[in-house]
Design a protein around this ligand. Structure first.
Ligand SMILES: C[S@@+](CC[C@H](N)C(=O)[O-])C[C@H]1O[C@@H](n2cnc3c(N)ncnc32)[C@H](O)[C@@H]1O
Length: 285
């Protein structure tokens, strides 16, 4: 089978040269140069090519097909078990890196793209907890933790929000004998609310995990409210000083978020993402 025929065919489906090269590399195991020098693709790959072809036609995101997504200039393993890391979230990593941090707690970790990007760029962080309700998401997170040799620094927790820390009030001390100050929490929670469901791209609805995206309530901010109440509780249970929470909000949540934080007397700052949308909120406890 001639490589140029595959190019022509897939280009008609809207894929560009780079994307086709990446898919062909994944199928054949060739590197960029080997693929460049190849004119014919062996017939033994035909079955795989057909399979990948049907996945592309069905609208499956390229990141799932390639099992790879780039985030903060790092490659992460991803598949249907987790949300595909979004560029919008990179602003959160940038802002966390501006802070002094001894312990990082990444709530709703998914692929762990946030925590791993932070840890790779700040070697002073001593420990990191990554939390997800989904066991499947934590399997993907584990693959990335091992890929970046961070298994000694990161501890995974399969639990709802911060409840593990509240139910066992010695949890933090027992797991690591650490000094509880300069803790940063990061959270990119499912903030798409019920009436927005109908405006979402078909590919997102069909392929990305529901638990990663939707929160079937009125504002989509309710889960963050719950998390903030839990952090207040943690502050007093553990007597923790200097907590900062970074959250990601939806394009229309600035007001609801600001009103809630003002009511709770919390200082905060809002940062825009690359598309100039209010996206990341730094909350100081
Ligand atoms: C929007 S994704 C964010 C994933 C990742 N942090 C990122 O930025 O790509 C939300 C994640 O939260 C998890 N999740 C949803 N509800 C949760 C809950 N109540 N407690 C803990 N994790 C939850 C989902 O499994 C999903 O992995």
């Amino acid at each position: 089978m001639l490589k140029k025929d595959i190019y022509n065919f897939w280009k008609k489906l809207g894929l560009n040269q780079v994307e086709i090269d990446l898919i062909l590399q994944k199928i054949t195991g060739f590197n960029k140069n080997q693929l460049f020098l190849t004119e014919k693709i062996d017939e033994k790959f035909l079955e795989k090519i057909e399979l990948f072809f049907s996945r592309i036609v069905s609208g499956e995101p390229l990141e799932y097909i390639l099992e790879k997504a780039e985030f903060f200039s790092l490659d992460f393993f991803v598949d249907k078990r987790t949300l595909i890391p979004r560029n919008d979230t990179e602003i959160m990593v940038e802002k966390v890196l501006d802070e002094k941090c001894d312990i990082l707690v990444d709530v709703w970790t998914g692929s762990s793209c946030i925590s791993i990007s932070v840890l790779k760029n700040n070697k002073d962080i001593k420990k990191c907890f990554v939390i997800d309700l989904s066991k499947k998401a934590l399997e993907v997170s584990k693959i990335n933790i091992l890929k970046y040799n961070l298994e000694k620094k990161i501890k995974q927790i399969n639990w709802n929000l911060l409840e593990k820390f509240m139910l066992n009030t010695k949890y933090l001390e027992n797991n690591w004998n650490i000094n509880l100050k300069n803790i940063i929490f990061t959270a990119n929670l499912p903030y798409i609310k019920n009436w927005d469901f109908w405006n979402i791209d078909k590919e997102i609805i069909e392929f990305e995990p529901d638990l990663a995206l939707y929160w079937w309530e009125k504002t989509g901010f309710e889960l963050y409210e719950k998390l903030i109440y839990q952090i207040f509780e943690l502050e007093s249970i553990y007597n923790i000083k200097n907590i900062i929470l970074f959250i990601e909000i939806g394009f229309d949540q600035k007001e609801i978020c600001g009103n809630f934080l003002n009511k709770k007397d919390l200082k905060f700052e809002i940062f825009k993402d690359n598309s100039w949308i209010d996206r990341c909120v730094k909350i100081i406890f």
